[in-house]
Design a protein around this ligand. Sequence first.
Ligand code: CIR
Length: 253
Amino acid sequence: MYKYAIVRDIPDSFAQCVTSFVSTNPIDVALARHQHQLYCNTLERLGLKLIRIEADNTLPDCCFVEDTAIVLDELAIISNLGLASRVSEIKAMEIALIPYKNLKHIIPPGTLEGGDVLRIDKQVYIGISARTNEDGINQVKEILHSLEYTVHPIKIKGTLHLKSVVTYLGNNTIILAEGHLEDSVFSTYEKIITPMNEAYCANCLLINEKVLVPKGYPASKSLIEEKGFELIELDMSEFEKADGALTCKSILF
Ligand code: CIR
């Protein structure tokens, strides 16, 4: 069961974040703040105590805290983000985690972003992406070796992070967007495959037996419900425009 969620407020500069999203409809920062508040309220309603980090207007992507650390029961690993404009985001995360965890660090030339890290019990799947390199993954392996975690590097294609296309729902079941991973990966799990036009719904957030899903993906929602999961829908429109999804906006432990 998770007890804490680290979240970070939305900076005034959020509309200048890095994104591959092409749209004539720019990010509405006020709406993003409203959606983020509902997200935070939902985490609290699910029993989590929020650890809230202030926004930094010089870091437009700073609300995507997931990328800045991997937090496990035994320790936390502070990332070295793969995008220069985001590297300083780790400072506030270190300060937030110091009271709770022993900290380790990924150091250059290794890079790692938490969005590439999917942990399921003692299995740690890490996407090799434009943001996370093999050196970074090897450093995680070293750090976790004595703690009996198994690290699995995974080649991904056509997506920002591993967790943009696959997340864990509980009950040995993953949700996955087709076409970004080799078929043999995750063969031991039950799979829910999102329809092609609903790939964004492959990022869901499991919190204490409830599954948060982005609003507006009805086919995926039905598939998840058919498997018996309890869902909570949240509007993520302004974060989707920023290439961000549900897991990106918190670190749970
Ligand atoms: C970025 O490109 O770095 C941000 N705009 C989005 C990061 C999303 N984070 C995540 O998937 N864990």
